[in-house]
Design a protein around this ligand. Structure first.
Ligand code: ASP
Length: 440
């Protein structure tokens, strides 16, 4: 069995955390390829090493002296090296090289990538594993997108016959061979690419929580965890704000049918969450998760006999599209159509959009309502269970929440509910209570 194992920044923030990670790696010989992030925050007000490197780049690009910032970063790594008691090992030469590179050719991507690079060197030295620089195996194209074909080929060639290796996360190289990074949190993507390319059995992603929770713990007290979720369910929840994993980390493993196991470095016995393509594992509750976002606007367009007018919807959407506004949902009635959009995107352009709707569609009226929150109730279990919607709305009515919009996709995987921003927390709590606490 081959596992690709990624550790996030909080799992590698200091020597104490590093030791937990080493124990996890050593506990299972299937954990063959290790993807470290840069040291993250040790406490709330702390600074991530990646941010310290970005600051170093900013100083370099202004031609300022780099010594004091370099010493601060060095301190973070020295604490790890000393805490792990690694003998005959120093990063001094590496820091000299970084300083020279940033003095002569400062780029933000190169600076930001050094956090992972140096952490990878420490980890490889400590474990006695081979160090593989991702700039030689992960390739970007001109638009900062991944060159998947070349990357997959190189990764599988390079890892053939390599029993164990440390491959830093977060970066690769562009067409000219210059270091280029993914967006923030991108070590998740590196792990997924490596797992996908070598057709690993599992991609383990170790972080500081025991996987996904059914609801946001800032809203619901001590919510239960999700033990298994499908990629499709996860996509619905992530889109609505549930974030543990970088969005782009799904595709490379999903297309290869490899499960992701989200685990907690601080509680390694927890099974965490399994993210899978498909499963016959019955969910414990009818719903898998609840997530939501505030700050939407509903634009309702009314016109008598709209139903008979061919192309009406297309013209409405054109009015939004021409103004670069994407829409979230579009519930409709016989003579009305409502387009739900992000308020912050829409507010500056609202009058332009309204006049475009009038020009293109000649409606009877256009009404705009703001302060709308959307809540997604997601679950593969909903498909086979009668009365799910009934229970959701009964719970909301008991909690005195007025429902302003309802949208159920034909996949029966999710139900989207629009409520007032101010009812958002109350609505989520009541849905959680009815499905999880009272398990009705
Ligand atoms: N170190 C990078 C960041 O802070 C990437 C990562 O941790 O995944 O965003």
């Amino acid at each position: 069995m081959t596992k690709v194992v990624k550790f996030g920044g909080s799992s590698l923030a200091d020597a104490k955390q590093f030791k937990k990670v080493i124990d996890i790696i050593k506990a299972d010989s299937d954990r063959r390829y290790i993807i470290p992030s840069a040291p993250g925050k040790r406490f709330d007000e702390d600074t991530k090493v990646t941010d310290m490197f970005i600051k170093l780049y900013e100083l370099a690009s202004k031609g300022k002296n780099l010594d004091s910032q370099i010493s601060k970063i060095k301190e973070r790594y020295n604490e790890i090296i000393e805490g792990l008691k690694i003998k005959n090992f120093s990063l001094d030469e590496e820091f000299n090289a970084i300083k020279t590179e940033l003095e002569y050719n400062p780029t933000c991507d190169y600076a930001a990538s050094r956090g992972e690079y140096l952490n990878g060197l420490i980890m490889a030295k400590y474990l006695g594993y081979e160090f593989i620089d991702p700039k030689d195996i992960i390739f970007f194209n001109e638009e900062r997108g991944l060159n998947s074909y070349k990357t997959e080929k190189k990764v599988s060639e390079r890892l053939k016959g390599v029993k164990h290796a440390v491959i830093p996360g977060f970066y690769g190289s562009d067409k000219e061979g210059q270091v280029m990074t993914f967006s923030r949190g991108g070590s998740d993507i590196t792990g997924s690419i490596i797992a996908g390319a070598i057709r690993a059995d599992v991609y383990e992603n170790w972080t500081d929580v025991s996987g996904f929770l059914v609801a946001d713990p800032r809203i619901v007290d001590d919510p239960v965890g999700i033990d298994m979720i499908t990629y499709r369910e996860l996509r619905e929840l992530s889109y609505m704000g549930a974030s543990v994993l970088h969005e782009d980390a799904i595709f490379p493993v999903r297309s290869a049918g490899i499960p992701i196991n989200i685990r907690n470095t601080n509680s390694p016995k927890d099974e965490g969450t399994w993210i899978v393509e498909s499963t016959c594992h019955k969910p414990e509750y009818v719903i898998t998760g609840i997530a939501g976002k505030k700050g939407f606007c509903a634009v309702s367009i009314s016109k008598a006999l709209m139903n008979a007018e061919i192309g009406f919807g297309q013209k409405v959407l054109q009015a939004f599209g021409d103004n670069d506004i994407s829409f979230e949902h579009m519930p409709s009635g016989i003579d009305t159509m409502t387009v739900v959009v992000h308020e912050d995107e829409f507010v500056a352009k609202e009058q332009k959009v309204v006049s475009a709707i009038h020009r293109l569609c000649d409606p009877d009226s256009v009404e705009i309502e703001s302060d709308l929150a959307l809540i997604a109730v997601v679950g593969r279990g909903m498909k086979s269970t009668r009365g799910t919607a009934g229970r959701i709305f009964a719970a909301l009515s008991h909690a005195n929440v007025n429902v302003r919009m309802i949208d159920q996709g034909s996949s029966e995987l999710n139900i989207i509910i629009g409520v007032e921003n101010e009812d958002f927390d109350k609505a989520i709590k009541s849905i959680y209570d009815i499905f999880v606490t009272t398990k009705l």
